[in-house]
Design a protein around this ligand. Structure first.
Ligand SMILES: Nc1ncnc2c1ncn2[C@@H]1O[C@H](COP(=O)(O)OP(=O)(O)OP(=O)(O)O)[C@@H](O)[C@H]1O
Length: 279
């Protein structure tokens, strides 16, 4: 799999980070309440442009909620959240962000090409854009290596192939920011590697990627990591910076969890009275 604008790489390469470029995402005191729970608590972080930032943490720690906040679909978001220089959810951001949710958003009764054509027409309507749409659809299908399945019904594809159709839809508009919610769940190791190669290829072309996973071995494939637990960010940095000695990222994560627990026990962590009351 390859993206038209650059070669695939297996490992994180030299990321695009011009020194004066502002962050692609900047959060200050970001807090999200869902039902009775404070699901994200007072988060401060930045996501640099043109890099792959991995959002890693156990199931239920708030990864999807954070991503929904970034793409502007989450209610009850407080604090500051700027995306590509504008407030999250701003209408002007819609065509600049590609979002792939955990559930593949494809129509089973349409072929791969028909799915892509449908979403391309929504993005770029009108007869005048027909040639542009055709080029974009072909490029997106090629990017995710589904050329041999162009005329297959989406309903007859495997789970991994359906995920790739969703990714192709997100790539249609040449987004500046790609938000991918656990895109490799359920995929075999070869497909996972191929998808990560594709992510690197996309990032090499200048696109910022925010990708979530609860599989710690995927951390090594990211340029930067945000390690999350229970609605908080435990650490933010490159995989190398987070590791100590010959630790794996998973070891580092477990150490950071223990350190956070120890701080809590000593009463230095903030508690949430509303949440305590709801327990
Ligand atoms: N509508 C809701 N009302 C109340 N709590 C919710 C609601 N939706 C999600 N939550 C809670 O918010 C927390 C964060 O959920 P979220 O889906 O963001 O986690 P996640 O890290 O993406 O999990 P996973 O990896 O399993 O997808 C979870 O504890 C979940 O139970």
């Amino acid at each position: 799999m390859n993206y038209s604008a650059g070669p695939a790489t297996d490992q994180p390469g030299t990321p695009h980070e011009p020194p004066d470029e502002p962050p692609a995402i900047r959060a200050r005191a970001l807090t999200v309440v869902r039902g009775p729970r404070t699901v994200l608590r007072d988060l401060d972080f930045s996501v640099p442009p043109g890099q792959i930032t991995g959002l890693l943490g156990p199931s239920g720690c708030g990864k999807s909620t954070l991503m929904r906040s970034v793409v502007g679909t989450q209610a009850k978001v407080t604090g500051t959240l700027e995306v590509l220089g504008r407030p999250a959810g701003d209408a002007a951001l819609r065509s600049r962000i590609g979002y792939v949710t955990q559930a593949p958003s494809v129509y089973d009764d349409l072929t791969v090409r028909q799915n892509l054509e449908y979403f391309a027409a929504v993005l770029d309507p009108g007869r005048a854009a027909a040639a542009h749409r055709r080029t974009n659809v072909t490029r997106a299908i090629t990017s995710v290596a589904l050329t041999s399945h162009t005329d297959a019904l989406a309903g007859n594809l495997s789970g991994g192939q359906r995920s790739r159709v969703s990714l192709a839809v997100a790539l249609l508009g040449n987004p500046e920011l790609l938000v991918l919610d656990e895109p490799t769940v359920g995929l075999d190791p070869v497909l996972r590697r191929d998808l990560w190669n594709l992510f690197h290829s996309i990032a090499d072309s200048g696109t910022t990627i925010l990708v979530s996973s609860h599989v710690m071995d995927e951390a090594e494939r990211c340029h930067r990591l945000l390690l999350m637990r229970e609605g908080e960010i435990l650490a933010d940095g490159t995989p190398d910076a987070l590791r100590s000695g010959d630790e794996t990222v998973e070891d580092a994560f477990l150490r950071l969890v223990d350190e956070a627990d120890a701080r809590r026990q000593h009463g230095t962590a903030t508690s949430d009275p509303a949440e305590e009351a709801a327990r």
